[in-house]
Ligand binder design. Structure first.
Ligand code: 5GP
Ligand code: ZN
Length: 120
């Protein structure tokens, strides 16, 4: 979608600090980080939200769901967040009540400080 900011980042039309890229998934640093590590894990293909991902279809969406999780895990490791005593959080804000502001599926990978619970 040409008017979607994350599609434009995925196509290289808008700059971002990319930390991972493959044929299905990109990961880049959030413009307004809420923690020392704040990376967005994003499918290249436009999917509006997690509610629009048919993660149990046994096909492309299921493969995409697995790839998104694998990328989050890989970036967490690369950022040192899986070391003893550390940790991270993976969040997909979904829909208006979920606090989603960009209408292209993304997981926030947050870490590098002690995170409070519950979120606001
Ligand atoms: P949401 O509110 O949808 O869960 O998260 C959207 C996130 O995207 C926010 O944390 C926001 O800072 C980030 N964001 C919005 N526009 C851009 C952008 O152009 N570049 C980057 N790197 N992050 C963005
Ligand atoms: Zn998009």
């Amino acid at each position: 979608m040409s008017d979607c900011i994350f599609c434009r980042i995925a196509m290289g039309e808008v700059p971002a600090t990319i930390v991972h890229a493959d044929d299905r998934v990109i990961a880049f640093r959030d413009l307004d980080p809420q923690a020392p590590v704040h990376v967005l894990v994003v499918p290249r293909r436009h999917v509006g939200s997690l509610a629009e991902l048919a993660a149990d279809d046994g096909g492309e969406d299921a493969a995409l769901a697995a790839a998104l999780l694998a990328t989050a895990r890989r970036v967490a490791r690369a950022e040192g967040l899986d070391e003893p005593g550390r940790g991270f959080r993976l969040v997909a804000n979904t829909g208006p009540e979920g606090g989603q502001s960009v209408g292209h599926l993304h997981f926030h990978l947050l870490g590098g400080r002690r995170l409070a619970w519950p979120p606001g």
